[in-house]
Design a protein around this ligand. Structure first.
Ligand SMILES: NC(=O)c1ccc[n+]([C@@H]2O[C@H](COP(=O)([O-])OP(=O)(O)OC[C@H]3O[C@@H](n4cnc5c(N)ncnc54)[C@H](OP(=O)(O)O)[C@@H]3O)[C@@H](O)[C@H]2O)c1
Length: 297
């Protein structure tokens, strides 16, 4: 049977947003797939075409209040809102500028808050609705060299848990999805490093590079397939009484289990050891490259 509930998703140019838009359309949802960059519609258009399904594509930058207002009004009534758009700028908190920190918060926290505020009125009036916030494992535990990202996701988790109770009397569910690392563009083409990441004068210069090495050699290759997250989001969309939050990913399961068992210190010790090893190796590699260049001169 066709399900004609309307779902509005942010950040559909790639990753979880793109896959979720396709799966939602396949499942019969009236899908409004939004993205901030009008030049990036091709990937979603092609994927929809290949799947032989349709969705409405529109432009939404979650840091733009006017844009948010326009889209919320244009597509009312919205049954399901998926706050998925997000950015990551890696680097020590000392090398991330305040502007970069603010941009992370504008996108990952204030964007979802503003859009939820814009859509909540319609849901309250109709006494029905579902809001899914894509947070992160980094919203539950600290994440070295991603302090602003982790803080913004902690804020989003706190927001979700808080408004969950506020909106309950209106039959509106608020669910948080907290994935560990998954192979999407946030750790690919969209990966960004802080303004001062490579600044040789920074006390963190070697450690930034060491962390990047750790990411590329150990974390990215082990990241999960994004389809699992999409499947989970679709399941939540089709569940009558969803839980307040869902954590997903092998890394997330391991870290949260260790935390529950009181092994936090061991986790931190292991992470630090890996960082120091990666930093040493990266430093040796940089020195070898320098020497090679010198020998050529
Ligand atoms: N992949 C992971 O390992 C992982 C783990 C935990 C949580 N998450 C979260 O999952 C969500 C989706 O990310 P992803 O992994 O699918 O990465 P992705 O492929 O990089 O997708 C991120 C999406 O957000 C969009 N976006 C960024 N800034 C925006 C803005 N101001 N307004 C509207 N859209 C904006 C991007 O658009 P552009 O193409 O224009 O940049 C892109 O469509 C994010 O909230 C992320 O933090 C991801």
């Amino acid at each position: 049977m066709e399900n004609k509930k309307r779902v509005l998703i942010t950040g559909c140019s790639s990753g979880f947003g793109l896959y979720t838009a396709i799966e939602a359309a396949k499942a019969g949802f009236d899908t409004i797939a939004t993205m901030r960059n009008p030049k990036k519609t091709a990937a979603l258009e092609n994927a929809l075409k290949s799947a032989n399904v349709t969705a409405t594509i529109d432009i939404l930058d979650v840091t733009d209040p006017e844009n948010i207002k326009k889209i919320a009004e244009k597509y009312a009534p919205i049954d399901i809102l998926i706050n998925n758009a997000g950015i990551l700028i890696t680097g020590s908190f000392l090398d991330l500028s305040m502007e970069e920190s603010r941009l992370i918060f504008e996108t990952n926290y204030f964007g979802p808050v503003a859009l939820t505020r814009a859509v909540a009125g319609q849901m309250i009036e109709r006494k029905q609705g579902l809001i899914i916030n894509v947070a992160s494992l980094a919203g539950l535990v600290g994440h070295m060299f991603n302090a602003a990202y982790s803080s913004s996701k902690h804020a989003l988790v706190g927001f979700s848990r808080s408004i969950h109770t506020e909106l309950k009397p209106f039959n509106i569910d608020v669910v948080c999805v907290e994935p560990g690392y998954h192979k999407t563009e946030i750790i690919g083409l969209n990966a960004n490093v802080a303004e001062n990441f490579y600044n040789p004068d920074s006390a963190m210069a070697d450690y930034n590079r060491g962390f990047l090495r750790l990411m590329l050699k150990e974390i990215v290759p082990r990241a999960g397939a994004p389809e699992g997250v999409t499947k989970l989001i679709l399941k939540i969309m089709q569940t009558k009484n969803p839980k307040t939050h869902y954590t997903i990913g092998k890394d997330a399961a391991l870290i949260l289990t260790a935390k529950k068992l009181g092994l936090q210190k061991l986790l931190e010790k292991t992470a630090l050891k890996k960082l120091l090893t990666a930093t040493r190796r990266e430093k040796r590699r940089q020195e070898a490259r320098k020497q090679k260049r010198k020998n050529k001169q």
